[in-house]
Write a protein that binds this ligand. Structure first.
Ligand SMILES: [Zn+2]
Length: 465
């Protein structure tokens, strides 16, 4: 057997096992894991390093118009940040405009990504409008490989769906094998709280958090779980932030209901205190749901260990603080917190932040792989092509040197944004090499592959009930 590439002598970590082995690659696929003769293959020495399946971030927003601004990152810069951060596949969101056919939204987003992504990519479809006559369009999307749909219980007038629409969409996934991803916050209540705060002259960034209480998330989570139960289908919660919302997920799972949830590094590492930073700096952390009070993060860490939470994604949705290249930024909300574009960068920092948690003993290395790669692949139809290192899988391989340390600094990050939420933070571990389908994309600080290397990933309907 001759190979194109052998990653030699590293400690291979999967969701299940840890062992020293070579990983041999042929034609972009893993050909063998074990002791192999490299022959004339390119050899990358991985001794002393951790070798894992590439990270899968199932929640990114590249090239997205939102709240009067457009995200700072398009597919080129966003996917470059992803690959340097050890993420080799992303699932981004195509957005249906009200009145638009789902197909049209899919075409728009494929065009945004085609030939412009360093990593492989797939789409969820954000549904904003679903009258009865349009419900069958969901089936066509599933046929096209877009087998998950995101709905919002927040952002009235922009994205929010009423319970009837949510129930209609959930019920249809019983027929077509799609999965509903839910942004669970009670948008109606939040709107009232926001208007009240503004009327009282409360305009600073911290009021973004103070008008979006934990109970607004917990209530919506509980309601969506009930709707999914009535429809008899699984449901997946995006960016779960509140311990109280997690308890709803845990209780549903204990009853045997197929309920899944992701959280994000910002909810594990940052807190409400960041909104109290001086001046307008708190705007950097304005995202929905908001950062929660200190102490909440410990509940989420426990939930990750106990599998109450199954995935860590990023919700990468970057907006610059200042106007840049004609693109409006967070400053839109300088005099009104409700006008600050919601979102923050995260795709490049996720893997090392979580590896640091391994190093600090919060999670095991196998759990790290499970929540950043294997379970995301399983839940969204990418497994076993992605999310695992075994013969036949795509050779998406990341090497981490656990003996090194890494400091996040704006100048060595790759997102097209003028700040980073973790600026100056030092973590254990450094990403040394990244391969996407066998292509050596990253070596240290060098990008070796093209930013057009990524392929569209057509995903099958879900295989579980
Ligand atoms: Zn999002």
């Amino acid at each position: 057997m001759s190979y194109d590439l052998v990653v030699k002598g590293g400690t291979v970590v999967t969701a299940a096992d840890t062992f020293v082995a070579d990983v041999a690659v042929s034609k972009g696929k893993v050909a063998a894991v074990g002791q192999v003769a490299a022959g004339d293959a390119k050899v990358v020495d991985a001794r002393g390093q951790i070798v894992i399946p590439g990270g899968i971030d199932v929640h990114t927003h590249f090239d997205m118009p939102f709240m009067g601004a457009t995200t700072a990152d398009d597919f080129t810069t966003g996917s470059t940040a992803a690959v340097f951060g050890g993420t080799t596949s992303v699932i981004d969101f195509a957005i249906q405009k009200k009145g638009e056919a789902l197909r049209q939204a899919f075409d728009t987003w494929r065009e945004k990504a085609e030939g412009k992504s360093a990593v492989d990519y797939a789409f969820h479809m954000i549904v904003t409008d679903l009258p009865e006559k349009q419900v069958k369009e969901m089936d066509k999307m599933v046929d096209e490989g877009v087998s998950s749909f995101k709905l919002f219980m927040a952002y009235p007038g922009i994205f929010m769906s009423d319970d009837a629409t949510i129930f209609r969409a959930l019920s249809r996934t019983k027929e077509n094998g799609g999965m509903i991803c839910m942004h669970a916050e009670n948008g109606g209540v939040i709107d009232v709280l926001v208007q009240k705060a503004l009327a009282e002259g409360k305009i600073e960034p911290k009021y973004h958090a103070l008008t979006r209480p934990m109970s607004a998330e917990a209530e919506a989570t509980r309601r969506a779980i009930a709707l999914a139960e009535m429809a008899g289908v699984p449901i997946y919660f995006v960016h779960l932030s509140a311990g109280d919302a997690m308890d709803e997920v845990r209780r549903a799972r204990e009853r045997g209901q197929p309920v899944f949830a992701e959280t994000c590094p910002q909810y594990l590492y940052l807190s409400y205190d960041d909104y109290e930073r001086p001046g307008f700096e708190g705007a950097k952390f304005v995202m929905s749901p908001p950062l929660r009070p200190k102490g909440n993060e410990e509940r989420l860490w426990k939930g990750l260990v106990r599998n109450d939470l199954q995935v860590v994604s990023t919700d990468h949705c970057s907006f610059c603080m200042k106007v840049k290249g004609g693109k409006a930024g967070k400053e839109l909300g300088k005099k009104d917190f409700s006008k600050i574009p919601n979102g923050a960068p995260g795709v490049e920092t996720r893997m090392l932040l979580l590896w640091d948690a391994v190093s600090k003993g919060k999670i095991t290395q196998n759990r790290f792989v499970e929540i950043t790669s294997t379970t995301p692949a399983k839940l969204f139809g990418l497994y076993p092509r992605k999310g695992h290192l075994s013969p036949g899988a795509d050779a998406d391989i990341v090497m981490i040197d656990p003996r090194k340390k890494h400091t996040f600094e704006l100048k060595n990050l790759h997102a097209n944004v003028d700040y980073n939420p973790y600026e100056g933070k030092t973590v254990d571990g450094e990403i040394t090499n990244v391969f996407v389908r066998g292509q050596h994309m990253v070596e240290g600080s060098k990008l070796l592959g093209r930013t057009s290397h990524g392929h569209f990933l057509r995903r099958p309907p879900r295989s579980f009930n």
